[in-house]
Design a protein around this ligand. Structure first.
Ligand code: NI
Length: 261
């Protein structure tokens, strides 16, 4: 069985067939997914999805590019994070310096606030970090991320950087990008990091793996990612699925043996 640790099924790209698609996942080998919120609207739509589907979990948080100078928004994050027991993480949060007009100070403020919220609530974090490796690592150190735990999702940095996050007890999220021709650095990362620290994710509707690159992504394509990890590590795809499935439960502390109590 496959655990999709990062999906956005509330995205408008799924408006036409959301229900049919989500209901088809378990019979296609996808037993669980975490719907990850990113902006104010998706705090509510994520909460709806986890109420509707028994096998769905949720993450509540504001994406760095959607942060606003608003304390009301932060209050809403806290309220939604507490609204359902199947909210298993705070995310996605972090830093994204990709676009020129980025308010880096505001992003850092939100990153710190949401890291502290995660600590307070005893939940792991889902970190989104793009073109901001050094600042991300600095804030994680400052907030003692090793006591909070979580995943660096859609990992895009060097293998050395991955080792630093793993040393903090974090998991590394691997998705469709691994199958792209130009993903040499990511393939090196997968080679270098032990399977027990990797989790599968789609980030759907984005980043569909080959041969579906450019199409709408869904958890149904995750087998291609498991397959690519298996090839790099010289192991069976089934072993990749089984170990990353277990890892995802550890990451989100789902199931009796991982409850922090
Ligand atoms: Ni995402």
């Amino acid at each position: 069985m496959i655990f999709d640790t990062h999906a956005h099924y509330d995205d408008a790209a799924f408006d036409e067939d959301r229900e049919r698609l989500i209901e088809s996942l378990p019979r296609n080998g996808i037993s669980t997914f975490v719907n990850v919120s990113s902006d104010e609207d998706s705090l509510s739509t994520t909460a709806e999805i986890i109420k509707k589907y028994g096998f769905a979990y949720g993450a509540i948080g504001i994406h760095p590019s959607d942060t606003k100078d608003s304390i009301e928004l932060f209050d809403k994050v806290r309220e939604k994070a507490l609204s359902h027991e199947k909210v298993v993480a705070i995310g996605e949060i972090g830093l994204d310096y990709h676009y020129r007009d980025t308010d880096q100070a505001l992003q850092k403020k939100w990153f710190r606030m949401q890291m502290n919220l995660a600590r307070e609530l005893g939940k792991p974090v889902i970190i989104h970090s793009r073109d901001a490796a050094a600042d991300t690592y600095e804030i994680m150190k400052e907030c003692h991320a090793e006591d909070i735990g979580g995943v660096v999702h859609c990992f895009s940095y060097s293998p050395e950087m991955a080792e630093k996050f793993v040393a903090m007890g974090f998991f590394i999220g691997i998705g469709g990008v691994l199958t792209f021709k130009n993903a040499k650095k990511l393939r090196e990362t997968v080679q270098r990091i032990g399977l027990e620290r990797l989790v599968l994710e789609t980030d759907c509707p984005y980043l569909a793996p080959e041969p579906h690159r450019g199409e709408r992504n869904s958890s149904l394509y995750l087998k291609a990612v498991a397959c690519a990890i298996g090839e790099i590590k010289g192991i069976d795809e089934a072993e990749v699925e089984a170990v990353t499935f277990e890892n995802a439960h550890k990451l989100y502390r789902i199931g009796d043996k991982y409850d922090r109590g």
